[in-house]
Ligand binder design. Structure first.
Ligand SMILES: [Zn+2]
Ligand SMILES: [Zn+2]
Length: 290
């Protein structure tokens, strides 16, 4: 039997991907993916549509990519990190309360950024920005960027980020994300498993020390994403060794975003043994497609 193709990290239009959840499933099926995880940023809004579109023979792991903050292990200021949660019960009070808090924060933040820009004479308004949001989507800077493109202020979303919406811009308002330890505890409490997403994606900014990942392994983290498009070969080796030392499950994923990024679906994959180890610990929801 051929080895299954397993991609455990993909985005739909429920966050910043360009394929709707059903389309995402179709793209995965066409690419020969046997097991797909849908992992939108801070939302499970795509789960139902993805599940409804699941073809025979394909399995769907339901997940989310949580925006978190973590100490770096160097004593400097905290750094933004991403945590993948799989097969958790989205209705669990621990999850629901934190998701509601974050959604509120995101909405508030987008309002404040839009108002700052409007006050400086930019032709944007909050109502119009929010009117274009797909239902259940987590509000974010890409939506403000799209409004700026539509208003003709900039030529592209990339230009909007480079000139007006970058971290530290006068219009930037920081987010209040979940401490990663709390996020792990929340996912575990809701019957899910937690995997540290792309911990050594250096081009995105500062990263955590390996000691932080080891501490999180002792605090309930189950896996670490090793094979990720943003990881250099030497960093993958480091992480693989760390996973062996700490007992963390090694995963690999494309972090597919449709046409918002160039990586094709299943460009990186997870071994069947790793998936099995993750699913053994996950009891929050049923695995779909079995
Ligand atoms: Zn991420
Ligand atoms: Zn991602």
């Amino acid at each position: 039997m051929p080895r299954p193709r397993i991609d455990l990290h993909t985005h739909s239009t429920a966050s910043d991907g360009t394929d709707g959840p059903a389309e995402l499933v179709a793209v995965a099926a066409a690419a020969g993916v046997d097991v797909l995880a849908i992992t939108d940023h801070d939302t499970t809004a795509g789960w139902a549509a993805a599940a409804a579109a699941l073809p025979t023979g394909m399995r769907l792991v339901r997940g989310a990519e949580f925006s978190c903050v973590s100490p770096t292990g160097r004593g400097d200021r905290d750094v933004a990190v991403h945590l993948l949660g799989y097969q958790f019960d989205p209705a669990h009070p621990a999850i629901a309360a934190e998701q509601a808090r974050l959604r509120g924060e995101r909405v508030e933040r987008l309002h404040r950024m839009t108002e700052k820009m409007a006050a400086d004479g930019y032709p944007v308004d909050s109502d119009a920005v929010f009117a274009q949001l797909p239902p259940g989507a987590s509000a974010g800077r890409p939506h403000l960027a799209q409004a700026l493109v539509a208003a003709g202020v900039v030529g592209s979303v990339t230009e909007a980020f480079a000139t007006l919406l970058y971290n530290g811009s006068p219009y930037y308002v920081p987010k209040c994300d979940t401490p990663v330890r709390e996020a792990i505890a929340m996912v575990r409490a809701a019957g899910g498993v937690a995997v540290f997403a792309h911990p050594f994606a250096r081009k995105r900014g500062r990263i955590v020390e390996p000691s932080v990942i080891a501490e999180l392994a002792a605090a309930g983290l189950t896996g670490v994403e090793v094979d990720h498009p943003d990881h250099a070969p030497e960093d993958r080796e480091l992480l693989r060794a760390l996973a062996t030392e700490t007992g963390l499950v090694v995963t690999g994923s494309s972090d597919y975003h449709g046409t918002n990024k160039t990586t094709p679906i299943a460009a990186e994959t997870t071994a069947a043994e790793s998936l099995e180890r993750l699913l053994e610990e996950a009891t929050g929801v049923e695995l779909l497609g079995v």
